[in-house]
Design a binder for this molecule. Sequence first.
Ligand SMILES: CC(=O)N[C@H]1[C@@H](OP(=O)(O)OP(=O)(O)OC[C@H]2O[C@@H](n3ccc(=O)[nH]c3=O)[C@H](O)[C@@H]2O)O[C@H](CO)[C@@H](O)[C@@H]1O
Ligand SMILES: C=C(OP(=O)(O)O)C(=O)O
Length: 447
Amino acid sequence: MTGISDDVLLVHGGTPLEGEIRVRGAKNLVPKAMVAALLGSGPSRLRNVPDIRDVRVVRGLLQLHGVTVRPGEEPGELVLDPTHVESANVADIDAHAGSSRIPILFCGPLLHRLGHAFIPGLGGCDIGGRPIDFHFDVLRQFGATIEKREGGQYLEAPQRLRGCKIRLPYPSVGSTEQVLLTAVLAEGVTELSNAAVEPEIEDLICVLQKMGAIISMDTDRTIRITGVDRLGGYNHKALPDRLEAASWASAALATGGNIYVRGAQQRSMMTFLNTYRRVGGAFEIDDEGIRFWHPGGPLNAIALETDVHPGFQTDWQQPLVVALTQAAGLSIVHETVYESRLGFTSALNQMGAHIQLYRECLGGSACRFGQRNFLHSAVVSGPTKLQGADLVIPDLRGGFSYLIAALAAEGTSRVHGIDLINRGYENFMEKLVELGAKVELPGGDLV
Ligand SMILES: CC(=O)N[C@H]1[C@@H](OP(=O)(O)OP(=O)(O)OC[C@H]2O[C@@H](n3ccc(=O)[nH]c3=O)[C@H](O)[C@@H]2O)O[C@H](CO)[C@@H](O)[C@@H]1O
Ligand SMILES: C=C(OP(=O)(O)O)C(=O)O
């Protein structure tokens, strides 16, 4: 590759990342809690909001729909006032949808508030087909009608939406949230089985309960929601970002470093912590955060399978794979949530890693992708020395993984497309510098 653009970071590898950074509210909760504010009859206060692009996209979309969004008294606090919700211009919605998947979650709240909704085409990471059929199936069950229109889908609720019995074909995070955000104001009881139970979903349920919703969660993936006539605002501190925390933990391991992640929480990271320990990473938990470090000596190869919570979260996979290139022996990674989330490994191979992809389900159990010709299993053979390279960021976590690989490598890498990382990692360049990374913008400025 030749040429440089503003969207490039030069990374001089070989320095262990050391120091402290802080994670704030979760990318996979905050934008959804913002959407929930649409359901209230009064203002909501959301605290611990990170400055990331997905938050800005949702803020813009809410404002287009007449919600007032302003900073609160404390840093990272937003006050969202939905008193005057109104229809937005379709062209404006499309222009603001950006690269986020969140617009699909406006369906239920807008149907309740306005009786109709326009949902633009979705963004999000290109890590599989990412259909939205479950979302529309459940909305139809609530009584919505859906019509394809130019640039998106137009939905209507001819009468008040009605609670229903729903079984998801797969415990999809977004579809579970769709049901929650729709059922809380629907008439009667909704029973959702095979629901996703990720910590961010539990936190969204906490938000909705604060607003006046009646929701119970059984231990068997069943969620029951009794619809109410009216919801108020909420005051909520978003749970911390366990995905960002794990990314920094993997960076500590791959670079031989030591990072204290202020805000990281044991409860939502238990599965990651067990895996980190099996690989040979060290950690220490206190009330304010978790310290992650490489204790010296060889790392261990492991077998790893991603899964829905409480399994190993798929968004943890890509950064940890970089650390696995430094482990002694053969690691097996079976990605069971997204069919195309291992493509990022070809660039790691260019840097000197040995990663072979397979169509078969390796290790663990057979998954939905086994018989369907997707390269969704990997064998990582290590340890391998990594060399700096020209890298083009493919998706959010793949992008962070390339940064980790470049930091662990000998020599200089040019990482293209770094702006994508702003979608989910607050101030990541400043954090890298704080941790001692040698990174440079093309003009020669130290970030
Ligand atoms: C903004 C956000 O919170 N994103 C997270 C959310 O994405 P998102 O909510 O999009 O992910 P889902 O849990 O819905 O997707 C899981 C699987 O279900 C499939 N599926 C989903 C919906 C549908 O209508 N039809 C269908 O087939 C998907 O293709 C995928 O194979 O959960 C994922 C799984 O933990 C995480 O990786 C993402 O970071
Ligand atoms: C896949 C991810 O996000 P999204 O669903 O927003 O694309 C992610 O956060 O890794």
